[in-house]
Write a protein that binds this ligand. Structure first.
Ligand SMILES: Cc1ncc(COP(=O)(O)O)c(C=O)c1O
Length: 441
């Protein structure tokens, strides 16, 4: 079978009808990429309602890391569905909740005891991190990053600083949150060069925040995406997190990493922070963890979880079907050697994108780790080529390659970890053609 297969330019007639029904009945608050109306999905291929077959470079938005319909996951889900669907862990017990904790204990970094709290989403995992840090440290203050994305519930939204539309009319949010610059070297906010800058983006926190208006003893937590996702697939330079962690340790501030998008093997290691030689105190995980069933995890050093009964809980969080799926995801990633494949295929993507960069002035920067890769498109003056990025994404969609954008002008590539060389090459061939078309217009 040869992919992609376009039988009618999408959106086809059936897709159009469904989108019309969506417009009538469903909340218009979503910022949709394009009208891909999914009928079924298998492995790395998504079929729409008109019979078009797309190569999935999105993983259903960083969710189906193990591919669509992984056999181990489906079996675990079916087996659990036949046993029972729900029995709230807020008040009772069931074993696969704990089984998952044991498995996570093995893969979450840190050579110490850890404990786990389960919610239903990335936002909820981040809410739990905020609450735990406030509980344990008794400090209100939190540091987060400009351009970060941590979810849309009021606590998580207080950290999120990616686009004005996400916050407009929703303020005031929770007090005590200050935003700092992310180490985005391609567009350094301080106009410096790495490594001669000696990571001034860490020093300025002490110089301008702690010394002037944010007493460090009021700050309990810093939350970072190890690779900024929605903000533009921005990969920090190697030395950034170690220097940051030293500063946090000096002031007794907990370090939380949001691995909602970058975790569960996405970067070729279980968690992206492992690339940087730093161990976080708290980690949040969601998206890829349960192959599409709702699950968000807040993991932390066990000694931080001194909160008492009643302080935090969730009826559906850690639903037994989602826990069964998550345990099977971990097993599948190990047994099917997906970390290795993510490293191998990811290096190939970066190599090919760099080759393309030499031939296409629209490509300003290529970056990524494992299968979390971004291509930043720019105008001649290096300003973000936002419309061009949209046009490239739409052309790819019409030709059967499902990719989405992020940041101001970045095309992101985040296929399932089982992607083959052949499907990658087909996707990149099309991406290059789409870039050429847009460059000519
Ligand atoms: C890094 C990160 N954190 C948190 C979230 C929010 O996750 P959810 O949509 O499951 O609440 C996202 C979603 O894109 C994310 O990318």
């Amino acid at each position: 079978m040869s992919y992609p297969k376009i039988v009618v330019t999408p959106p086809g007639p059936k897709a159009k009808k469904i989108v019309e029904r969506d417009e009538r009945y469903i909340s218009p608050s979503f910022g949709r990429a394009y009208p891909l109306v999914v009928k079924k999905a298998e492995g790395c291929i998504v079929t729409d309602v008109d019979g078009n077959e797309f190569i999935d470079m999105n993983s259903g938005l960083a969710v189906t890391n193990v591919g669509h319909g992984n056999k181990k996951v489906l079996k675990a889900v079916h087996d659990q569905v036949d046993r029972f669907l729900s029995y709230s862990y807020t008040d009772f017990f069931y074993e696969n909740y704990i089984d998952l904790g044991e498995q996570l204990h093995e893969i979450v970094p840190g050579n110490f005891e850890k404990k786990f709290f389960y919610g239903n989403s990335g936002a909820e995992a981040n809410e739990a991190a905020i609450k735990l840090a406030r509980w344990h440290t008794k400090r209100q203050g939190i540091l987060a990053y400009i351009s970060s994305f941590h979810g849309r519930t009021m606590g998580a939204l207080s950290l999120t600083a990616s686009k004005p539309a996400q916050r407009r009319y929703f303020q005031p949010l929770i007090p005590g949150v200050e935003h700092i610059f992310y180490p985005y070297c391609y567009r350094c906010p301080f106009n410096l060069e790495c490594p001669s800058c000696n990571f001034y983006c860490v020093d300025y926190i002490e110089e301008y925040l702690f010394n002037k208006f944010v007493p460090p003893e009021d700050v309990g937590l810093l939350v970072a995406e190890p690779i900024q996702g929605e903000g533009g697939y921005v990969v920090p330079p190697k030395g950034y997190f170690p220097k940051l962690k030293k500063l946090l340790d000096k002031h007794g501030i907990l370090f939380a990493v949001d691995e909602v998008q970058s975790g569960m093997g996405r970067t070729g290691k279980w968690f992206a922070i492992e690339h940087f030689g730093v161990v976080p105190d708290i980690m949040t995980i969601a998206k890829g963890i349960a192959a599409g069933l709702p699950l968000g995890v807040m993991a932390s050093r066990a000694d931080l979880q001194d909160w008492t009964p009643g302080s935090h809980a969730s009826t559906f969080g850690g639903n037994p079907v989602a826990c069964a799926a998550a345990s099977a995801v971990i097993k599948a990633i190990k047994e099917e050697k997906m970390l290795e494949n993510a490293q191998k295929q990811g290096s190939h993507i970066i190599k090919r994108l760099n080759e393309m960069k030499g031939n296409h002035p629209l490509i300003g920067d290529v970056r990524g780790l494992g299968l979390m890769c971004g291509v930043e498109l720019v105008k001649k003056d290096k300003s973000p080529a936002a419309q061009e990025t949209e046009d490239v994404m739409m052309d790819c969609f019409r030709k059967g390659i499902a990719v989405v954008n992020c940041g101001k002008s970045v095309i992101r590539l985040m296929p399932p970890l089982i992607i083959t060389r052949e499907l990658i090459d087909k996707s990149l061939d099309q991406l290059e053609k789409s870039i050429s078309i847009v460059e000519k217009t």
